[in-house]
Design a protein around this ligand. Structure first.
Ligand SMILES: [Zn+2]
Length: 228
């Protein structure tokens, strides 16, 4: 799963395609929303196509966004935005670990069988948890997990790369990676004609006239020869 952005009229190879995973695409969109709200509003419905429904920008607005983004990278607004985001993420409360009840040590039967309850910790893990033994695979023995928001990440480089794409795409629209494969997925999921014929062959082999003849022969054999 991810977002693929396709150039509508690329002038260069770099303008043909831009890809980010969901974790990378969303924060890049938020960055553009925050820094260039007037351009963001031009992407039809939903701001920068966060939901993979084929939104995009025309050639003129793509160029304008490339200029705006380029300027913001140059004067440090992008770096400041990224730094502020990172700071906010670092200050978020940690999530509980439901697997060990936030103790950092798993003591359920499976974990005890696997030796997690008295596993020796590495020096780094011990420094964080303040003990030397007892681990949980859900939280690496810490008793807490990084909050969901930290799964998403964006850096200044992402903005620079996106700028290069925007400059050469001639307008763009988004499609999800999955949508790209949908034809194949659809075919695989529907029963194919060959699959149906295979099924019918097996069915006929078990219930067709030949099969009935075989069953009857066995019946006769049992009745006439074996049972007497
Ligand atoms: Zn845990």
């Amino acid at each position: 799963m991810g977002t693929d952005v396709y150039g509508k009229n690329p002038t260069d190879a770099v303008g043909e395609h831009f890809h980010r995973s969901k974790w990378g695409w969303d924060p890049l969109c938020y960055m553009c929303d925050d820094l260039f709200p007037e351009l963001a509003a031009r992407v039809e419905v939903g701001g920068y196509a966060r939901h993979n429904d084929g939104y995009g920008l025309n050639a003129v607005d793509s160029e304008a966004l490339a200029d705006a983004l380029n300027e913001a990278v140059a004067d440090g607004r992008v770096a400041a935005w990224v730094a502020e985001r990172d700071e906010t993420l670092a200050s978020l409360p940690k999530d509980d670990c439901p697997i060990c009840d936030s103790t950092g040590i798993r003591t359920d039967d499976l974990a005890i069988q696997a030796g997690q309850h008295d596993k020796a910790l590495s020096p780094e893990q011990a420094a964080v948890s303040g003990r030397e033994f007892g681990w949980c695979n859900g939280c690496d023995g810490r008793g807490w997990k990084e909050p969901y928001e930290t799964w998403f990440s964006v850096e200044v480089n992402d903005a620079t790369e996106f700028t290069r794409f925007l400059r050469a795409c001639g307008g763009f629209e988004t499609r999800s990676t999955r949508e790209h494969r949908d034809g194949q997925w659809g075919l695989r999921r529907k029963p194919t004609l060959a699959g149906y014929q295979r099924y019918r062959r097996v069915q006929m082999a078990l219930t067709g006239p030949k099969a009935l003849l075989v069953y009857f022969t066995i019946y006769l054999y049992l009745k006439l020869v074996w049972l007497n």
